[in-house]
Write a protein that binds this ligand. Structure first.
Ligand SMILES: C[S@@+](CC[C@H](N)C(=O)[O-])C[C@H]1O[C@@H](n2cnc3c(N)ncnc32)[C@H](O)[C@@H]1O
Length: 261
């Protein structure tokens, strides 16, 4: 199916994006303004910093997360908070030429980089990706639209996590899965200490060489204010998911929630 026919009907901003070329994501989204500014500011260095700060491991965690989503050939899938598109590109490989990938973010700067990467690393199946500017808390899709959903390092940054889970539940088809990768808010003091040490002594100093120390200091608070694996499972069940399992990965520093509608 042509990418231009991806998931209609949708709201006006996403409709504009889906009815023309991949460069038409410009309708601004008004929500969580501060975070929107933050992610736009870090967009130019985001990919490079991820590689440096995780020693390339984020690529492994993202592959695991996509595998957990259960996406397969021909599926219609969605990557939320897609940023520069790492998970969307992986999903695109999974669903192939006859599948469709919707990739949504509220930062036009991140989407611009994603679109550039789509051209740069051209692959036939990448034509199935549609970049959309939109709010993960108010998804511009009809109910029961997707065979699988991924979200990498997005949930922690959303101001209303329950609403986000409700939206994922709504747009997933019954029986389908969402796979949500993020930092793990560990219940182990040792893991928490290592995480805090790494942020203070590696992440922030490296980010400061790009003039982004304040932006990356936000990481520690956002993990602190996030939910533990058990709390995420409980939240998922409370919004209706029939199954919810949180896996600790990366030595407990990261976590991946897998939920089934
Ligand atoms: C840490 S980045 C993760 C990017 C990508 N998923 C990855 O794993 O590399 C978080 C992304 O979430 C996006 N985001 C945050 N809140 C959002 C919202 N309410 N709606 C849509 N996107 C949002 C930001 O713009 C940013 O691109």
């Amino acid at each position: 199916m042509a990418a231009a026919t991806f998931l209609l009907p949708i709201t006006s901003s996403a409709a504009a994006a889906s009815s023309s070329s991949s460069s038409s994501w410009r309708t601004p989204v008004r929500c969580s303004a501060e975070r929107q500014v933050l992610f736009s500011r870090i967009a130019p260095v985001y990919d490079g910093l991820n590689d440096v700060l995780s020693l390339g491991q984020h690529r492994v965690w993202k592959r695991m997360s996509v595998a957990w989503s259960g996406a397969k050939k021909g599926d219609r899938v969605l990557d939320l908070c897609c940023g520069s598109g790492d998970l969307a590109f992986l999903l695109s490989n999974c669903v192939g030429l006859h599948g469709q990938v919707g990739a949504l973010d509220f930062s036009s700067d991140q989407l611009s980089i994603a679109s550039t990467r789509q051209d740069l690393y051209w692959k036939a199946c990448y034509e199935n990706i549609k970049w959309m500017e939109g709010d993960a808390l108010d998804l511009p899709f009809p109910s029961s639209s997707f065979d699988a959903i991924t979200m990498g390092y997005g949930l922690r940054n959303l101001v209303d996590k329950k609403k986000a889970m409700q939206e994922i539940f709504r747009v997933l088809k019954p029986g389908s899965r969402a796979s949500i990768l993020d930092f793990n808010k560990s219940t182990s003091w040792m893991t928490t200490m290592i995480q805090v040490w790494m942020i203070d002594n590696a992440v922030v100093p490296v980010a400061s060489t790009y003039g982004l120390s304040n932006e990356y200091r936000y990481l520690k608070d956002s993990i602190n204010e996030f939910l533990t694996g058990k709390e995420l499972e409980k939240l998922a069940r409370s919004v209706g998911f029939s199954n919810a399992k949180h896996y600790e990965i990366g030595g407990g520093l990261m976590g991946n929630l897998v939920v089934t509608r």
